[in-house]
Write a protein that binds this ligand. Structure first.
Ligand SMILES: Cc1ncc(C[n+]2csc(CCOP(=O)(O)OP(=O)(O)O)c2C)c(N)n1
Length: 367
């Protein structure tokens, strides 16, 4: 594969007539609006973590075209097996902000009652299965879900994200081989954002790309410009149609760049140059989509300013409201997992609560 990654958007924001209809004007505006929110959240949640009000955050700044392009190409009932950096999928599916913030804070309104780290989302109603910390576990899940979907003829398609570092995990091979052999209705998207924490993509494979692996699994594979929303949507639409028709899975390698740090526990200046960051900044996916919107006669500066002001206000107010909810009741640690609590677990619960009652240092409310 010596060709450059598949691209649609021109430097001036133009696109050929043949591809203009990939997204409607409304969908372009919805995506820009959600990207504005995504960037506000990236900035504000990072600040919150620095202030000690949030345990952890991971930004997706720079990777939005890949994330939104995938989300915009799926049907609402298609499960998205997230890696962890795909907040944009939640925003595209319009999961209410309080539900997202309650998860991040881990308060009593969190659907999982604070049992997961921040960003380990799980929204059954929106077909978002739980994020898990060990990287790559989502890939076999998506292969299995897609296999079941094909057997049952539901027409649903399972989508899994991973980073290029995760593509070096055994789970990647297991999932793609299984998906190929059993013609699973699934799509695997590698966000190749240049780094797995500090490890550069150049040491993940000796092959010319990760997309070429598709051939070895006997499935379709594409390398796409991951900062070009329309290009991502184009390959995704084809992949989804193929999967839904029971014609097998697809591997998509989206070439993009993580503009921020890996997480709130990382400092990228230790392993990459400012020149490299500046070069990718010129390919900013939000700016490229904005140029395309202007080319269509949409989304002027006024619309952008209104979106920014509106979201800033809502985010601040919603965060303040969510921070007011107390932590989950301590007894919930022992609830909701087993239908019948065993005598051993009951004894452990009673001993734990008695211990807490005796403790003079805890400020946890104990029943
Ligand atoms: C099995 C496993 N090994 C190591 C880690 C620690 N870890 C968390 S994220 C990460 C980097 C993953 O990089 P990549 O797949 O490229 O995704 P990105 O963070 O760039 O989006 C690592 C090594 C982990 N969570 N699970």
């Amino acid at each position: 594969m010596t060709q450059p990654p598949f691209q649609i958007l021109g430097e001036d924001g133009s696109c050929p007539d043949s591809h203009r209809g990939l997204l409607s004007d409304d969908q372009i505006e919805k995506t820009l609006d959600a990207m504005v929110l995504n960037r506000i959240l990236d900035r504000r949640l990072l600040m919150l973590q620095r202030q000690g009000r949030l345990g952890f955050w991971m930004t997706s700044h720079g990777e939005e075209a890949t994330i939104f392009g995938v989300a915009a190409s799926l049907e609402p009932e298609d499960p998205i097996f997230l890696s962890y950096r795909e907040l944009g999928c939640l925003l595209w599916r319009e999961i209410p902000l309080p539900l997202i913030f309650n998860q991040l804070i881990g308060n009593s309104r969190d659907l999982c009652l604070g049992r997961q780290m921040p960003i380990h989302y799980c929204y059954r109603e929106w077909s978002i299965p739980s994020v898990s910390s060990p990287v790559g576990t989502q890939l076999p899940h998506a292969a299995g879900f897609g296999y079941a979907a094909r057997l049952r003829g539901t027409g649903r398609v399972a989508l899994a994200f991973c980073g290029e570092g995760t593509a070096s995990e055994g789970d990647f091979h297991t999932a793609l081989n299984f998906a190929g052999v059993f013609s699973s209705s699934s799509i695997f998207v590698i966000r190749n954002n240049g780094y797995a924490i500090s490890t550069p993509e150049s040491v993940q494979t000796a092959a010319e790309s990760l997309a070429v692996r598709a051939e070895g699994y006997g499935i379709a594979g594409y390398q796409v410009d991951g900062n070009d929303l329309l290009a991502v949507v184009n390959v995704m639409r084809e992949a989804r149609a193929r999967a839904a028709a029971g014609e097998g899975p697809t591997l998509i390698e989206a070439m993009t760049y993580r503009m921020g740090a890996h997480s709130t526990a990382d400092d990228p200046s230790a392993y990459r140059t400012e020149e490299e960051e500046a070069a990718w900044n010129r390919l900013d996916p939000y700016e490229r989509l904005k140029r395309h919107a202007r080319w269509r006669g949409l989304w002027d500066e006024e619309a952008e300013a209104a979106a920014q002001a509106g979201w800033e206000e809502r985010v601040v107010a919603t965060l303040a409201e969510c921070e007011r909810h107390p932590p989950p009741r301590v007894e919930t640690l022992f609830e909701g997992v087993l239908e019948t609590v065993s005598p051993q677990l009951e004894a452990q619960r009673d001993a734990y609560l008695a211990d807490l009652r005796r403790s003079s240092t805890t400020d946890i409310e104990v029943p």
